[in-house]
Design a protein around this ligand. Structure first.
Ligand code: CTP
Ligand code: CA
Length: 226
C-alpha cells in the first residue's frame, strides 16, 4: 500500500514517544534500572518526524543522538516521565509508550550515600504509577500504543495489557528470541489491536520496523485524511 511510503502522512499531527529506561534512586550514587537501550523508541520518534509529525520524545537516560526534527525532553524516574507525558497529552494525537518504565522504586531515596554494614541489606520497594494505564483512563481522542517485552505467553500477556490499559495497540516482542529485543538493532514483533486485530511483522532493523509500524497505524486509523 502506498500509505507505507507516503512521506508526510502525519503532517499536522502531534506524536509523543517515550523511550529508554527509567532510573529510580536508592541514594545519590545508586539507582534501580533495566537494560533498555532506547533504540526502538528513538527509531519510532525518527519515523514520526520523517512522516511530518510534530514529535516530542520523552526520554530516560540513554546515549543516543536526538533524531532530526524531534524535540527531546529528558527525564530520569517513572514519576518524572509521568509528569512530562501528562503535560504533552491533551493535544497529542498519538502516544507511543516505548519506554521500559520501572515497576518498582525504593520507598526511601536516601539523601546521603548509604554506608556498607556488616551482614546483608534489604531495599524496600513500592509500585510506580502505570503511565500507560493512567493515559488509558484519561483518553479523549488519542491513539495509545504500548510496547510489551515478554519471555513467554506473548499473545496472552499482550492482549491482557491491551485491555487493562485501555490501549489501542500493544506491540509485543519475544525477548527470549535471538536478535530481538533490548540491546539489539533489530526486532520481530506482533501487533495486537482492538477487536482482535493481530499482525505479525518480519524480523527487521528497528529503523525500518518503526516506519512500518507507523504506516500500519496511519492506514488503520485513517489519519491521513484529517
Ligand atoms: N508502562 C507504563 N508505566 C509503568 C509500566 C509500564 O507506562 N509503570 C507501559 C510501558 O511503557 C509499555 C507498557 O506499559 O508501553 C507495557 O509495559 P510492560 O512492562 O510490558 O507491562 P507491565 O504492565 O509493567 O507488566 P509486567 O512488567 O508485569 O509484564
Ligand atoms: Ca513492567
Amino acid at each position: 500500500s502506498d500509505h507505507f511510503t507516503r512521506p508526510k502522512a502525519l503532517a499536522g499531527k502531534k506524536v509523543v514517544v517515550t523511550a529508554g529506561p527509567t532510573r529510580e534512586r536508592i541514594d545519590p550514587v545508586r539507582f534501580l534500572t533495566n537494560f533498555s537501550s532506547g533504540k526502538m523508541g528513538y527509531a519510532m520518534a525518527r519515523a514520526a518526524a520523517e512522516m511530518g509529525a510534530e514529535t516530542i520524545l520523552i526520554s530516560g537516560p540513554v546515549s543516543l543522538q536526538v533524531p532530526k526534527g524531534v524535540k527531546r525532553i529528558s527525564v530520569e524516574s517513572a514519576e518524572d516521565m509521568l509528569n512530562a507525558v501528562k503535560t504533552e497529552y491533551p493535544d497529542a494525537d498519538i502516544v507511543i509508550k516505548t519506554a521500559a518504565v520501572a515497576d518498582y522504586r525504593p520507598i526511601h531515596a536516601h539523601s546521603q550515600k548509604m554506608k556498607k554494614q556488616a551482614g546483608g541489606s534489604t531495599i524496600e520497594l513500592e509500585r510506580t504509577v502505570d503511565i500507560l494505564q493512567t493515559l488509558g483512563q484519561e483518553k479523549t481522542h488519542q491513539i495509545l500504543i504500548g510496547f510489551a517485552a515478554e519471555t513467554n505467553d506473548v499473545a496472552h500477556y499482550a492482549k491482557d495489557k491491551l485491555a487493562r490499559k485501555n490501549a489501542d495497540y500493544i506491540i509485543a516482542n519475544d525477548v527470549s528470541e535471538a536478535g530481538s529485543g533490548f540491546e539489539s538493532d533489530s526486532n520481530r514483533v506482533t501487533v495486537y489491536g482492538r477487536n482482535g486485530f493481530e499482525r505479525i511483522f518480519d524480523m527487521l532493523p528497528k529503523e525500518q520496523l518503526a516506519q512500518q509500524l507507523l504506516g500500519l497505524i496511519v492506514e488503520r486509523e485513517d489519519l491521513h485524511d484529517s
